[in-house]
Design a protein around this ligand. Structure first.
Ligand SMILES: Cc1cc2nc3c(=O)[nH]c(=O)nc-3n(C[C@H](O)[C@H](O)[C@H](O)COP(=O)(O)OP(=O)(O)OC[C@H]3O[C@@H](n4cnc5c(N)ncnc54)[C@H](O)[C@@H]3O)c2cc1C
Ligand code: FES
Length: 269
């Protein structure tokens, strides 16, 4: 039986208390909050909307994927890049501060059976939702290989954390890791090696499109975590819609996604 990661029944607005906030790379931070209810409800690939200010600016909450969840200790971590005013506000939170967190939202990664072989593809910040997935899959005796790629070494995020759950291979475009190239080079090498049951990917469109193409060509099932600008995050505004591959309609990234089967959506540039 597969898992279906939708949790509307458990959706709540939590007052999450900051436990720790550390810089993991230039402009990238790891935020850990205490929120036992959210930790119990969250599944890999789902996301939360984090309040990012005290007044009306920014007005909208910001979506971040669950990076790591420790159910026993009631901890939830987010890995994020500081981009604009919302994430800047988050970066200034200190231990003890409270952040409103609405979640869990969306449909996460699906996985079935035990003991399969999984290939995880995380380009840059695409590593964010994959660590939680890696932990869950390794607990179910999956054998995992994790590919992490970035332009330079500082963009390779959390390689040491992934090593606890599988084999990690890294690649950088400037050759500052032993392997020089793009994550697509590494992906092609692993596909040639063969034996994969499922590919799970998160990262820029070019990487997700390559995974779609590989999945269609080889028949290896793949799931891709898609990012779109979001407003409501709850399926009401249609601001995050992307084209369905099976009809002339649209799918909402915040409801039917963010994780789609590779053949489910058409990704525009
Ligand atoms: C389902 C989902 C999960 C996400 N998970 C993560 C995560 O785990 N870690 C992380 O760092 N980021 C993640 N993001 C992206 C994150 O939500 C944005 O970076 C954040 O909202 C930016 O807010 P801001 O106020 O700092 O910047 P803003 O001032 O809102 O924007 C700054 C710049 O970033 C661009 N931008 C903002 N949001 C997006 C977006 N979604 N896609 C492309 N460009 C955008 C804007 O156009 C602008 O140029 C996720 C997005 C989605 C939809
Ligand atoms: S953000 Fe409003 S429907 Fe998805």
């Amino acid at each position: 039986m597969g898992t279906e990661c939708r949790a509307d029944a458990q959706l709540s607005d939590y007052a999450a208390r900051v436990l720790e906030q550390v810089a993991v790379a230039p402009g990238c931070r790891l935020l850990t909050v205490s929120s036992p209810g959210l930790a119990r409800a969250a599944s890999p690939g789902q996301f939360a909307l984090l309040g990012c200010g005290t007044g009306y600016d920014p007005f909208l909450r910001r979506p971040l994927s669950f990076h790591r969840v420790d159910v026993k200790r009631g901890k939830v971590s987010f890995l994020y890049r500081v981009k604009g005013s919302g994430t800047q506000w988050l970066a200034e939170r200190r231990r003890g501060d409270v952040i409103p967190v609405l979640g869990p939202l969306g449909r996460g990664f699906r996985h079935s059976d035990r003991g399969k072989r999984g290939l995880l593809v995380g380009a840059g910040l695409g590593a964010a939702p994959l660590l939680f997935l890696a932990e869950r899959l390794s607990r179910q005796a999956w054998s995992l290989t994790v590919l992490l790629g970035a332009p330079t070494r500082t963009g390779i995020l959390r390689a040491d954390a992934f090593e606890r759950f599988g084999t990690v291979r890294t690649v950088t475009e400037d050759g500052s890791t032993p392997k020089k190239g793009t994550i697509l080079d590494l992906l092609q090498e692993e596909i040639n090696r063969g034996g994969w049951d499922t590919i799970y990917a998160c990262g820029p469109r070019v990487v997700l499109k390559a995974v779609q193409e590989i999945s269609a060509r080889t028949g290896i099932p793949a799931q891709i975590s898609v990012e779109e600008r979001m407003a409501c995050g709850l399926g009401a505004c249609l601001g995050c819609a992307c084209r369905s591959a099976s009809s002339s309609g649209y799918l909402r990234v915040c409801r039917e996604g963010p994780v789609f089967d590779a053949g489910e959506v058409i990704l525009d540039d």
